[in-house]
Design a protein around this ligand. Structure first.
Ligand code: ADP
Length: 258
C-alpha cells in the first residue's frame, strides 16, 4: 500500500499540491484493492471446477471410484464451466480495453433490435415464456458498434429468459426522447433483492438463488454489458421490486442525428 499521506497545513499552493498528491494516493490504493480482489475472485471461480475434476480423477486413480459415463459427464460439465469462464474473461478484457471506442459509427437500434429479439423466439417458446416487443420507436440512431450492441442484447435477453419461470413474460422496449434512446428489457421472473441490486454488475457476482438454480452462469455477463454500454457513452441501470417481482434493465444512449 501507499500509506504515506502528506500532512497538509494551511491553504497555499503547496498545501493544494499536497492535497492532490494525497488524493492520487487514495485513488491508487483503491485501484490496487480492486485488482487484488478481482484476482482473488478469479482464483475462487477457477478453483471450484478444478477441485471437482481433481477429486474425481484422484478417486478413480486410487481405485475407489469407477470411471463410468456418469463420472465422464460430471467432469465434462465442470470442463464446460471452465471453458465458459475463460471465454467470458476474454470478452471482458476486450470490453474493458474499450476496443469499441475507435470503431463507433451511426447505427439505428430500431433496425437491429426487433431482429435480435426474434433470435430468442425459439428459446422463449421452448421455455414457455411469452416474448414481446412492447414498444418500438423508429430512427433510434446512436454512435455505436454492431457487435457490442448484439452482445448487450444477447446478455440482457438471455438473462431475462434464464431467470424467468415458464408461464412468465419478457418484454422489450425501444423508446426515444429529443436527446436520448432508451432500451429496456423487463421480465416477470425471480427478481433481485435490494441487497443484491447494487452488486450485480460486479465481476463474478451471482445471487445465492441463481447459484443454486444451476443455470450455468458465470457472473460476468452484466460486467461485460456495463463496460460495452459505457464504451458507447451509455448508462445501464437495474430495477427490481424484490424477489419474485421481476426485473427491468434499462439502457440510455445519447441520440444522434444521422
Ligand atoms: P450470470 O452468468 O450469472 O447470469 P450476469 O453477470 O449476467 O451473470 O448476472 C449476474 C447476476 O445477476 C445473476 O447471477 C443473477 O443473480 C442476477 N440477474 C441478472 N439478470 C437477472 C434477471 N433478469 N432476473 C433476476 N436476476 C438477474
Amino acid at each position: 500500500d501507499f500509506n504515506h499521506h502528506l500532512i497538509v497545513k494551511g491553504n497555499d499552493e503547496l498545501a493544494e499540491l499536497g492535497n492532490s498528491i494525497n488524493e492520487m494516493t487514495d485513488k491508487l490504493n483503491y485501484l490496487e484493492r480492486i485488482r487484488r480482489e478481482s484476482t482473488a475472485d478469479l482464483a475462487h471461480e477457477l478453483r471450484t471446477p478444478l477441485t471437482t475434476i481433481k477429486n474425481y480423477l484422484e478417486a478413480v486413480t486410487a481405485g475407489v471410484w469407477q470411471f463410468n459415463n456418469e463420472t465422464a459427464a460430471e467432469i465434462e460439465e465442470e470442463l464446460d464451466r471452465l471453458v465458459r469462464l475463460v471465454n467470458r474473461l476474454g470478452e471482458l478484457s476486450e470490453a474493458e480495453k474499450g476496443v469499441v471506442k475507435g470503431k463507433l459509427k451511426p447505427i439505428d437500434l430500431s433496425e437491429i433490435f426487433p431482429e435480435l429479439l426474434e433470435h430468442f423466439r425459439p428459446l422463449a417458446v421452448n421455455r414457455g415464456i411469452d416474448l414481446v416487443l412492447k414498444e418500438a420507436a423508429e430512427n433510434c440512431f446512436i454512435k455505436g458498434n454492431r457487435d457490442s450492441i448484439e452482445t448487450i442484447a444477447n446478455n440482457l435477453l438471455s438473462n431475462a429468459l434464464k431467470y424467468t419461470l415458464p408461464g412468465g413474460r419478457v418484454e422489450m422496449r425501444l423508446a426515444k426522447t429529443d436527446t436520448q434512446v432508451c432500451l429496456s428489457v423487463t421480465d416477470t421472473g425471480l427478481g433481485i433483492s435490494a441487497e443484491d441490486l447494487p452488486y450485480i454488475f460486479e465481476r463474478f457476482y451471482r445471487t445465492d438463488r441463481s447459484r443454486s438454480s444451476k443455470t450455468g452462469g458465470t457472473g460476468i455477463g452484466l460486467t461485460i454489458t456495463k463496460e460495452l454500454v459505457r464504451g458507447m457513452d451509455g448508462e445501464i441501470k437495474a430495477l427490481s421490486e424484490g424477489e419474485n417481482k421481476g426485473s427491468t434493465f434499462t439502457i440510455i444512449f445519447p441520440l444522434i442525428t444521422k
